[in-house]
Design a protein around this ligand. Structure first.
Ligand SMILES: Nc1ncnc2c1ncn2[C@@H]1O[C@H](COP(=O)(O)OP(=O)(O)O)[C@@H](O)[C@H]1O
Ligand SMILES: [Mg+2]
Length: 369
């Protein structure tokens, strides 16, 4: 099992500075593979953000963001509402300029892209612009004409309508189409010119689970064919479909790593649940915490159930019984706790916020002293 946590220049730099509290750091025990990080930051990346901050009217909403997107991959941007996903995507498209730092796309500053370069980029805005008076097909046709797509245009449009399951409704006016249909149409429009790089801001919002699964199948196929996608989502479980997940919280990159690394980061270790005949005493829990099995905090899940963070869950399940009986605890059952994406998301965001609070409190104390 992949257990490394987590990646990007952001984290590496944090380590050099002696540990960045706000980012899950890489430990020696959990080294990253070269494909996840790349030893030469920025090299070969289609999109490269370095040290990017963005403020609106004095209020900083993105802080020191470092993020590379490699060709042929899907990078998922997740985070609580208002954390800066849309702003990040708009910075990547060049629609917004960073207050400081640099955003490069195809090696060019994002706001200086040529029209030729722009034609290779697809963009689904969170709030798409469609013509309400035109039919669905006419809307796609209009988008195609903007890219000067003369050849095989009809076939392309039919394929896209098919993909988003709107062929039957091709003649419906946008103003008569449901919200879900409009989102599907906007997604089709983002791909009309067959871009090599696409920014999709919540492509699956309000889409039913069956169609969502089909969309992801299609996204995966595109990445397989060498296309590059940056996708924001509120459905945290969709992280599993991404090659790398960037988790933002309050405008900061908290984690940039594989989906497995995100799940690992929930507890910064593997997790074993143990049930007992009797409720473990505080003293026993403290003794258990001192054994070399345990690498993190011990949580009481229920009166007679503990959750223990370990290095290696398999080894713990095999060998923990002995260590427990040495401190007078009889284990009933023991199993590896399977962390899902929602749990990981909530824990990582909460930890980030707690640490922020602690450092804010500490600096308040300092200024009082
Ligand atoms: N044009 C803008 N002017 C002022 N504030 C903005 C603007 N765009 C976004 N914000 C603020 O920036 C923060 C991040 O917003 P956004 O990027 O839309 O978050 P997300 O997409 O993650 O929900 C929010 O607090 C939002 O209110
Ligand atoms: Mg948004």
């Amino acid at each position: 099992m992949q257990r490394a946590a987590v990646a990007g220049r952001h984290t590496n730099r944090g380590n050099e500075q002696g540990g960045d509290h706000n980012t899950v750091t890489i430990s020696e025990r959990n080294p990253l593979t070269a494909t996840q990080v790349g030893d030469a930051p920025g090299r070969g990346a289609l999109v490269s953000m370095s040290d990017v901050s963005k403020s609106f009217d004095e209020r900083q909403v993105i802080t020191d963001l470092d993020l590379d997107v490699q060709p042929g991959s899907i990078v998922g941007l997740i985070g609580p509402s208002g954390c800066g996903k849309t702003t990040t995507v708009r910075l990547m498209t060049g629609l917004l300029w960073p207050t400081s730092g640099e955003v490069r796309v195809f090696g060019t500053p994002a706001h200086e892209l040529s029209s030729r370069q722009r034609a290779r980029i697809g963009y689904l805005p969170q709030i798409p612009a469609l013509f309400p008076e035109l039919s669905l097909r006419e809307n796609l046709n209009f988008h195609a004409s903007m890219y000067g797509l003369p050849l095989r245009r009809k076939r392309r449009i039919n394929e896209l309508l098919d993909w988003v399951e709107l062929s039957e409704h091709r003649s419906t006016r946008v103003s008569d189409a449901s919200g879900g249909m409009q989102r599907r149409l906007a997604l089709a429009a983002a791909f009309v010119q067959d871009p090599v790089l696409a920014f999709l801001d919540e492509p699956t919002a309000g889409i039913d689970p069956i169609l969502r699964a089909k969309f992801w199948e299609r996204f995966r196929a595109m990445a397989g064919a060498g296309k590059t996608l940056v996708v924001t989502t509120q459905y945290v479980g969709e992280a599993s479909e991404c090659d790398l997940v960037a988790l933002l919280s309050d405008g900061e990159l908290v984690l940039f790593g594989t989906p497995d690394q995100l799940r690992w980061a929930a507890y910064e270790g593997e997790v074993v649940d143990v049930t007992f005949d009797t409720e473990p005493t505080d003293d026993q829990v403290a003794q258990l915490a001192g054994t070399d099995f345990v690498v993190g905090a011990i949580e009481r899940v229920e009166r007679r159930q503990l959750r223990i963070v370990v290095d290696d869950a398999e080894r713990a399940v095999r060998d923990l019984t002995g260590a427990l009986s040495a401190i007078g605890l009889q284990a009933n059952e023991m199993w590896e706790h399977d962390v899902d994406y929602d749990e990981a998301f909530m824990r990582v965001v909460q930890r980030h916020r707690d640490r922020h609070q602690i450092s804010a409190d500490a600096s308040a104390q300092e200024s009082v002293a």
